[in-house]
Design a protein around this ligand. Sequence first.
Ligand SMILES: Nc1ncnc2c1ncn2[C@@H]1O[C@H](COP(=O)(O)OP(=O)(O)OP(=O)(O)O)[C@@H](O)[C@H]1O
Ligand SMILES: [Mg+2]
Length: 886
Amino acid sequence: MTRPGVPYDAGVPSRWPFVGRTAQLGAVRSILGDGTHGGVVVAGPAGAGKSRLAAQAVSGLEGFTVAPVRGTVAAADIPFGAFAHLLPERFPAVAGVNPLRWAAEALRPPAGDALLLTVDDAHLLDATSAALIHQMVLHRSARLLATVRGGEPAPDPIVALWKDGLVRRLELEPLPVEETGRLLAQVLGGQVESATLRRLWRVTQGNLLYLREMVMAGRTAGALEETGGLWRWHGDLSLTPRLRDLVEARIGDIDADERRALEFAAFGEPLGADILIRLTGAVAVERCEERQLITTFRDGHRLQVRPAHPLYGEVVRAHADSGRVREMLARLADAVEATGSRRREDALRVAVWRLDSGTARQPLPLIAASRLAMSVFDIALAQRLGRAAVDAGGGPAAALSLAYTLFFDDRPEEAEEILRRSMGTPATDQERSVYARTRVLGLAWSVGDDADAQRVVDEAAAAVTDPVIHQDLLVLSAFVHFFAGQPLASDRQLAQARRLGDTMTPASTAQAAVVEGLRLAHGGHPGRARALADATLREVERWRDDAPDAFWSLQCVRLLSHLFEGDLAAADEVTNLTRRLMREEAPWRLGMAGFDGHRAQIHVIAGRPADAVRSCRDGIAQLGEHRTGFAGLCFGELAHASALLGDVATARTALAAAEGRSLRTFVPIDFPGVLARAWVHAAGGDLGAAVSAALAAADAAETHGLRCYRMFALHDAVRLGAAPLVAEDLARLCATIDGPLAAVCARHAAAAVAANAAELDAVSRAFERMGMPLHAAEAAAQAAAAYAPGDRAGVFAASRAWALARSCQGARTPALGDLTAPRLTARQWEIARLAATGLSNREIADRLVLSTRTVANHLVGVYGRLGVGDRAALADLLGALDAAVE
Ligand SMILES: Nc1ncnc2c1ncn2[C@@H]1O[C@H](COP(=O)(O)OP(=O)(O)OP(=O)(O)O)[C@@H](O)[C@H]1O
Ligand SMILES: [Mg+2]
């Protein structure tokens, strides 16, 4: 599909600016420059950027006459084919002339210059050209900069170059995903959503040629678009004819059997190697493997096959006509079923193949498959299967499973409509329970109406007689109360459920663990919360199909438990894990938004507000325009991070969105929006309002049973200079909260009240060790102010505060006041850095051609300005600074 009026490469410059590869570029230039080797061969996979790197290395290189040569398929059999444009037309018809010597002579540059042979695609060189290059490098009559494709056979003389150590071989890996992100941001002129980046990277595998084509295709088709300052890819990947041709060219000429094997591998990906062999025969599979069209890999006990490059799969799938596709999918389904596999993912795949090949007739397997898809958070697929189940006459059970997927997808109206159309009054206790669960989850997570949700539970509870189902409903009620910010009511319902005995269903056990885990984590017992979550997750197979949302929520318990203990790295690891579980092409949007919001929360606490803003924007992109779950979290963290960066306008707008768009049923999740208020006031310069907001947040947190957030709020007051107002409360509160963070927060408040400089210093160190440099900088700044004027320790604390603050991506808070850089001259900085690396005065003097006395004098000045007493303290301080500059 092409949108009229959009040129093919709309808005994308035809040649991309060169990005990244700093280390590799440096390595190539220094090898060429220092002459210890005869040159360098850059090797790597297709499209990794070998030729571009070589070109970049040569541009601006002085002192060389460059002889550019390319290996090509066309000239591979012509002697000196690659050099034809550089050599005289005729070889002298004189007997006894050595052709290699003759050619080398002809290439000799004007006197004075060295010769640099740049050879692109050296693996394609003709034999004579290869021999010539080898000779010239061996005799040092030329330096070499060559590229070769890794894994492709190259002429022997070329291989000998690096085998014999004449030249260095540099492996160029595909452009890493972060650098690809920078490249795309430059090319597109704005931030790229991280899911979009990872998806593009995954499908192109860092092949920049393919990436370029994908980007142009996306721009042309309108799939890659900017909204709200963020570039996102919507919908399926589109391939341009040119990209298709490029990929087809890589696939090359293959016979019908090979194509069939590749097709099965593409449609069945990943497919058991034994199954593929059964479908197409061993010979075709082997040939595809030899030609690197498919790869095999181990997955547990299985040997699996998939196309060697994701784009091979895309292209092959795009080519096959629909009749053939149906036939192939049906055969894949038959083949996998015939193996009698019990793997969950196989059951799901078979159901999808049956659906897509028109061989699915029974609603029950479709309903089961829809639940399996939910349990791996493939919401789009779950919906498709649920719809098919409804269409196949699946009745209320099918309607419920479809409605469940729609609620998850934040589409409550459609879900309610399906239920109205397909559900009569639930007839059995079981049906009443499932119906209540589905609607309650929808009302709580999507509609945001806790009163309605509670009414649904009550109605069901009044109608059921089965005690186990009654227990389920009590757990459900506890769940609704907790998320509506009513912890005591939640506790009561849960206690009542437990009194009914050890009969809880696995799904209710998991749901109860969610409520209890969150209660424990927020209530100040993160370790116990995590233990409960871990124990429940170990039993995941027992409840996953019936309560996929519990899996996600238990990860939240784990994340928050780490966060409240101050273990930011562990908390972040949970966000990584959950992200890996999502299908990026069609993620569970709310789930993604939730974890992006939490990731932003971690960034803010870790003193990385700019990273936090990016995470928030990723999260917000997943949210609808209306009131929605996680709005308070994502917009709240955006407000907080923007306030720290001094972007008051964004902070205020975001805070308004956090307040206006959050749901009543997300109180604990969205609480960061309440915590953000203080920081938005502070950024606007109203410290009094900031402190009041922090105190109000502390009260609200108490009301909702969020003691750790209360701790954050009271500690915010300390950071805002109001320690005397909160120190006692904070001390009492922190004594009831487990984990190292609470201890440091309480200590901070007490030290601030006592203006105990040494203790504030110690608190600063503790925050620094916990990976919280912004907090550390603030405590150090407070320490600096508490030391007596002229005290060297005070000067040092100020230097540390400044250095730590510099590592916080530009964060400014009231406690940091007007920290200024230590006033060192350029020479003093230079000497300070050398001394910090452990060099003696003598060594520094030698290196800078100064007298030892001058160095010593400068160092005295440095020590005085920075407030350090010795080299170790200097190294410590400058270490923090260098970390900031990186
Ligand atoms: N570091 C980079 N920054 C920006 N663009 C790049 C970079 N590296 C490569 N490119 C672009 O990516 C595309 C592919 O790069 P290049 O042709 O150098 O790959 P290659 O490894 O030589 O591939 P082949 O194996 O096909 O020869 C080109 O359009 C190139 O300009
Ligand atoms: Mg190349």
